[in-house]
Design a protein around this ligand. Structure first.
Ligand code: FES
Length: 231
């Protein structure tokens, strides 16, 4: 919950007039952290919508106060809520939950690029620069070569020019089949954080929290000149 709770804090601080939907699913009140804090923050938002589901509520859990409905936060629940399809969706949870929910939102007509996820729990191992057997070796991107800054992927032993086909370093790395790891792709989760060996970058959009000194969030960074990154 912590990444989206941070967003809720930011929205509440500015009493944002935006429509904000806060959807949360858990087992019961004993497994519902930050419940009171989220309620207080939501109260500061004039256009808030909140829906809390407990899959196994305890006898002392109060319906309409602690939670709104029994059951899981799944496709049927989402349909019943009649969510706006043109919103930005930020999903945080275990990978199976996120994958299911993202697929269900897409089935409801939400554009894929409006669905952002952040893993809570164990994820696949991070193996920067280690090529999986089924993955093609790193290569120059297809299409017309870029004419921008030269980006060197140090571990992969590949250098490619940045170009207008890429919005950020992550997209260039993917086009080159350079092994990368990412989750939110919007500068929130830091899953893509990578050492910047040489050069400098600028961010677009600005990340919520800056990368550690000497590192770069490749999902929202573009090179300011020739750079070397530890991928
Ligand atoms: S993928 Fe989340 S910060 Fe880059």
């Amino acid at each position: 919950m912590t990444p989206v709770l941070a967003m809720l804090h930011a929205l509440a601080d500015e009493a944002s007039p935006r429509d904000v939907w806060w959807l949360y699913g858990t087992r019961n009140g004993r497994e519902h952290p930050f419940a009171e804090e989220a309620r207080r923050l939501l109260a500061a938002l004039p256009h808030r919508h909140s829906h809390i589901r407990y899959s196994a509520p305890d006898a002392e859990d109060r319906r309409t106060i602690d939670f709104d409905a029994s059951g899981r936060l799944d496709m049927r629940a989402l349909q019943a809520l009649n969510l706006p399809r043109d919103g930005d969706f930020y999903i945080c949870g275990p990978s199976a939950f996120m994958n299911d929910l993202a697929a269900e939102l897409a089935a409801l007509g939400v554009a894929r690029d409006r669905i952002h996820t952040e893993l809570f729990g164990a994820g696949p191992s991070i193996t920067p620069g280690v090529v999986a057997p089924t993955r093609p070796p790193p290569h120059l991107p297809a299409g017309v070569p870029g004419t921008g800054a030269l980006v060197s992927f140090a571990r992969s032993g590949l250098s490619a020019h940045f170009g207008p086909a890429f919005r950020n370093l992550l997209e260039l790395a993917e086009a080159c089949d350079v092994p990368v790891r990412w989750s939110c792709r919007t500068g929130v989760c830091h899953t893509c954080e990578t050492a910047l060996v040489a050069g400098s970058v600028r961010y677009e959009p600005d990340p919520i929290d800056a990368a550690a000194d000497g590192n770069v969030l490749i999902c929202c960074a573009r090179p300011e000149g020739d750079i070397v990154i530890d991928l």
